[in-house]
Design a protein around this ligand. Structure first.
Ligand code: ADP
Length: 642
């Protein structure tokens, strides 16, 4: 089940792309040639088959690229296809996977140089294609959605269900944005699953800490009182399993965001997310049916409570699959335009009436009779914006990011140009568990902090592994080289060849790619990690003592099991930029607010592009809740805005 999405792409890679192109004036010595190039991982090898007049097939036969990243997988599909169909080496890179695209093209070049073909002629095909004229196209629809991540697709579905014709613009070659890369964690109270999840003293302690904290506002007092009463009922009535409630979700979100998030948005997210989850299910979303309850409802790192609902498909692919399939089923009313970048909002008489966009060979002017929805995501991949707004971290100029390359704040810039107010822009979220080479989360050994140990480069523990994300990153930044190791044992990978991380890899694949180490003893593992064995031994012993005691010196209270079942595994992790909490100011109907505090008619925003919900720190698992709840509201608001 885990890899269905990628299998399609990998199948294209393995079977290769068979020629159906018209022969040009090229001349080859027929045969199959091999070429190599340096990829993002290590070497990459391509085989190219030719007959006397054309390129028949291009196949990547060996590589160590991160195929579990969708855009990399897309490069494996598109670049060979483009070389064959265009009979050229001058193919466009896949945005978001430029390095891999370049490596495949280079290896194909290397192969074709052995075929006796005139390489200049292969490049000349480019000029003929490049000469194509750009068309100017005017379109009128009811609602334009900019961005096909989770917020945009939900907005499109909801706008259509509220009677609108919709055009979705997506600048990248595929739908997905950051949403497709998320770690399978959709926060929503779910009594059916949570009643089967055990509740232990650590859970009680976490609730007591928040309901007895000095309240900061009337909102917090109200939530504390409600949760106190609900918990008393839960205990008095001997209800099975884990306590949870909409108000407890709200209280954790509010306090977890340092009370910066706006109560009205927190309330809407927590109240609406349960209905929205059902709405998504009705519209094709599939959730995990794993018999292990800890898989289906879990605490994602920085999520602080077991309320992360896990989808059936890997990463965020299930959310995107739901939206794209919905659009396919309703293609008479919703059009998705890929590779089409919105560049400007059109304003007439103080109202946003449309969008200008550039697509393949086409300039669009699109009139939106009811509204334009910004669902363009955040700016985590925009160095300049990060540097401009960051106030709370050391310089982030050279930091890695988990974000897809399109997360550069286009929507924020477009909205600002038409007078939108921006809020909470200085709050930028980092994660502690990025890949040291790419910053992505792929290669992480465990997404559930209840089951892993973290040590620094000296083998010492340094933080509660279940803490808030900002607290873990702050602690990590104090460690030597700001690096850490995540350590687990064989309980996390009962079958090292088949048990997969949430990012789709087996631990054996990670070890083969030098992204993880494995050893039969803690001491041997320490040697491989380059940390003093006695220090790692002490940290593991301390961890295991914490499991027995229930709490440790860092205040950690959530434990799954001891770490004592060989083989042991470790992978190196670094801080990485993950989410931008700030953005365009909206009201509770997702209408964009200008710098004078007034609604900008015709303009709506939802998802990471909007600020105000998460405050100073977003809880893990709340992004998927946010984007679907507010995306759905935005679709309805815009459709009803006649
Ligand atoms: P969210 O979680 O808020 O839905 P995502 O990052 O998942 O955010 O999705 C945002 C999408 O918007 C991405 O797919 C991104 O490529 C797209 N996008 C960003 N800017 C533009 C733009 N100017 N035109 C079209 N699409 C855009």
């Amino acid at each position: 089940m885990k890899r269905i999405f990628f299998c399609f792409l990998v199948a294209a890679l393995v079977s290769g792309i068979i020629a159906c192109a018209t022969p040009g004036r090229l001349s080859f010595i027929p045969g199959t040639y091999r070429g190599t190039a340096l990829g993002y991982g290590a070497g990459l090898t391509v085989e190219v088959s030719v007959d006397s007049g054309r390129i028949l097939e291009v196949r990547v036969v060996e590589h160590t690229e991160t195929i579990d990243l969708p855009l990399v997988a897309l490069a494996f599909e598109r670049i060979p296809q483009a070389i064959v169909s265009g009979q050229t080496l001058a193919v466009d890179r896949v945005a978001g996977a430029t390095f891999t695209s370049f490596a495949i093209t280079q290896a194909a070049t290397d192969a074709l140089m052995q075929s006796g073909v005139n390489m200049t002629a292969l490049q000349q095909q480019r000029r003929a294609r490049g000469a194509a004229r750009r068309a100017n196209v005017n379109i009128t629809t009811d609602v334009v959605v900019i961005g096909a991540g989770g917020a945009g697709l939900s907005a499109a579905m909801s706008a259509r269900q509220n009677g609108a014709r919709v055009i979705v613009l997506e600048k990248m070659p595929m739908a997905g944005g950051n949403t497709v890369l998320v770690g399978e964690s959709f926060n929503s109270v779910n009594p059916e699953l949570q009643s089967q999840h055990p509740m232990n003293p650590a859970h009680h302690a976490a609730i007591q800490a928040l309901i007895n904290a000095p309240p900061y506002s009337a909102f917090e007092t109200e939530l504390q009182e409600t949760v106190r009463g609900q918990l008393a009922d839960h205990v008095a009535q001997n209800r099975p399993g884990l306590f949870d409630s909409v108000e407890w979700h709200m209280l954790q979100t509010y306090v977890g965001g340092d009370r910066v998030g706006k109560p009205e948005f927190i309330r809407i997210m927590a109240e609406e997310v349960v209905n929205t989850r059902h709405w998504m299910t009705e519209n094709g979303m599939q959730w995990s049916t794993d018999p292990n309850i800890h898989i289906r409802i879990f605490t994602v790192a920085g999520g602080l409570w077991p309320r992360a609902n896990r989808p059936a498909m890997p990463l965020g692919t299930g959310f995107i699959d739901m939206g794209v399939r919905y659009i396919q089923r309703h293609s008479d009313q919703i059009t998705l335009k890929l590779d089409t970048r919105a560049t400007e909002l059109i304003v007439q008489g103080g109202r946003v009436t449309g969008v200008r966009a550039t697509g393949p060979n086409t300039n669009y002017t699109i009139t939106a009779t009811r509204g334009v929805i910004l669902a363009t995501g955040g700016f985590g991949a925009n160095r300049e914006m990060r540097e401009r707004y960051n106030k709370h971290w050391p310089s982030l100029l050279h930091a890695h990011t988990t974000n897809h390359p399109g997360a550069v704040g286009d929507g924020i810039v477009m909205a600002e140009r038409v007078g939108a107010n921006l809020i909470d822009m200085e709050w930028i979220q980092l994660l502690h568990a990025g890949d040291p080479r790419t910053g992505t989360l792929t290669g992480v050994l465990s997404a559930d902090p209840a089951e892993h140990l973290m040590v620094n480069n000296n083998g010492y523990r340094f933080v509660d592994e279940n803490a808030r994300r900002d607290d873990m990153v702050s602690a990590l930044l104090q460690q030597p080289d700001s690096m850490m190791w995540m350590v687990v044992d064989s309980r996390v990978f009962p079958d090292p060849h088949n048990t997969r991380t949430v990012f789709g890899a087996t631990v054996m694949e990670l070890i083969e790619a030098d992204r993880a180490y494995s050893a039969a003893t803690i001491e041997e593992l320490a040697v491989m990690m380059g940390v003093p064995p006695e220090n790692l031994r002490r940290s593991v012993d301390e961890f295991n003592a914490g499991v027995a005691a229930g709490v440790d010196r860092f205040g950690r209270r959530a434990w799954r099991d001891r770490i004592d079942q060989p083989p042991f595994y470790a992978s190196l992790r670094v801080p990485t930029i993950h989410h931008t909490m700030g953005g365009v100011q909206i009201d509770t109907q997702t209408r964009v607010i200008n710098t004078q505090g007034q609604v900008i008619p015709g303009l709506f925003a939802a998802g990471e592009v909007a600020g105000g919900l998460h405050g100073a720190n977003r809880l893990g698992g709340n992004a998927l809740a946010d984007i679907h709840v507010f995306g759905r509201i935005a679709g309805a608001s815009a459709a009803g805005n006649r």
